[in-house]
Design a protein around this ligand. Structure first.
Ligand code: NAP
Ligand code: 8YV
Length: 322
């Protein structure tokens, strides 16, 4: 049983199951997103855990002198200043694996929609355009015969690759380290892969090394029949270059679930017919979000009961809690 005097801070909104589960065991403090650490010092000193969906910066970490654990709602934890947390011995946890299937399913759905224009076809039907003698234009692209390059072949990338196999497409990948246990062709650089494939699915984290790496040159290499799908982070794409390539026919189409400055989607993308755009919904089903919420709560509970969180991130391996 946990000590009810331990306070858990929830900055901003979080899934209600996190609040419900943690509220039974801990004292919950909520604070609006974007606010600095304005709570009184005595209250801040009671906070030993944070559960968050929108990240936690160094100022907040420094304002919590007894912070031990930060549990992130999401597998990507780029919103948390993890280097700062690590330097102070604070454990950070995320929600890997429980969302792999959902995100991989969404990636395949987004790819099909981008190639075959199903959302546009449905809108055309609903607008009353389907009349005798009228048919929706043929889609310029097809899944058939594609060569798909996965940029990222981690937990989710592998699930996407497995789902692509029955489509009979050729599958390749680019990561920094080669996988010995897969038969897909490996490319040591993104540029070499872009030159070989006609479709890229990006599923890499937001890091210093992935900033706008999908640039004008990569898009040019994909070519006029080329397709870009991004379900990782908008951070990895040069959106101005993408808009120009789609507009000028240098890239065939793009399907995006993530954007550089969410929830802002550039007007240049909104007005393009060859862009299929989703509001960051890859993991957004009730069952998957429930599983993510349960894992956030379980990470905090396990830290305070056993000293062993379920899914710590590699940068902050938990010390023995003593
Ligand atoms: P993961 O298991 O850590 O896999 C990450 C993959 O990216 C690995 O294959 C890694 O290989 C590769 N990678 C990392 N940095 C790279 C670089 N600089 N160059 C080339 N490859 C690189 O992560 P995951 O669970 O699959 O999740 C991946 C990301 O997807 C998350 O971090 C998150 O940002 C995003 N995501 C988005 C949604 C959504 O709702 N749209 C949902 C879930 C996750 P190497 O280390 O060998 O390079
Ligand atoms: C969530 C995600 O939409 O897990 C991730 O990294 O991007 C998504 O699953 C997001 O984390 C919710 O805050």
């Amino acid at each position: 049983m946990s000590d009810p005097r331990i306070a858990i801070l929830i900055p901003g909104k979080i899934h209600p199951r996190v609040l419900e589960k943690l509220g039974k065991l801990f004292d919950i403090l909520t604070v609006e997103t974007g606010r600095g650490p304005t709570i009184e010092r005595e209250t801040l000193s009671r906070v030993r855990g944070v559960a968050c969906a929108g990240g936690l910066n160094a100022a907040w970490i420094d304002a919590l002198p007894n912070l031990e654990v930060i549990a992130n709602f999401g597998v990507g934890y780029d919103g948390i200043d993890v280097a700062h947390a690590a330097s102070k011995g604070i454990v950070v946890t995320n929600t890997p694996d429980v969302l792999n299937d959902e995100v991989a399913d969404t990636a395949i759905g987004l790819l099909l929609n981008t190639l075959r224009q199903m959302p546009r076809a449905e809108n055309w039907l609903r607008a009353g355009n389907w009349k005798p003698g009228q048919s929706f234009p043929l889609s310029p692209f097809s899944m058939k015969g594609r060569h798909v390059g996965l940029f990222g072949l981690g937990r989710i990338g592998l699930e996407i690759a497995k789902r692509l196999e029955p489509f009979k497409v050729k599958i390749s990948y680019h990561t920094r380290s080669r996988h010995k246990d897969v038969a897909y062709d490996y490319f040591p650089t993104l540029k070499e892969m872009a030159a070989a494939v006609d479709t890229i699915i990006a599923i890499v984290p937001k890091t210093a090394h992935t900033h706008r790496v999908i640039d004008a040159e990569i898009l040019r290499l994909l070519g006029p029949d080329g397709v870009l799908i991004n379900v990782g982070r908008g951070w990895s794409v040069d959106e101005d270059a993408l808009i120009a390539a789609l507009r000028d026919g240098k890239l065939g189409a793009a399907g995006l679930d993530v954007f550089y400055d969410e929830p802002v989607v550039p007007e240049g993308l909104l007005s393009l017919p060859n862009a299929t755009l989703l509001p960051h919904i890859a993991s957004a089903s009730v069952p998957t979000r429930n599983a993510m919420a349960d894992l956030v709560a379980e990470n905090i509970i396990q830290w305070f009961t056993t000293g062993r969180p379920v899914t710590p991130v590699p940068e902050t391996p938990p010390r023995s809690k003593g």
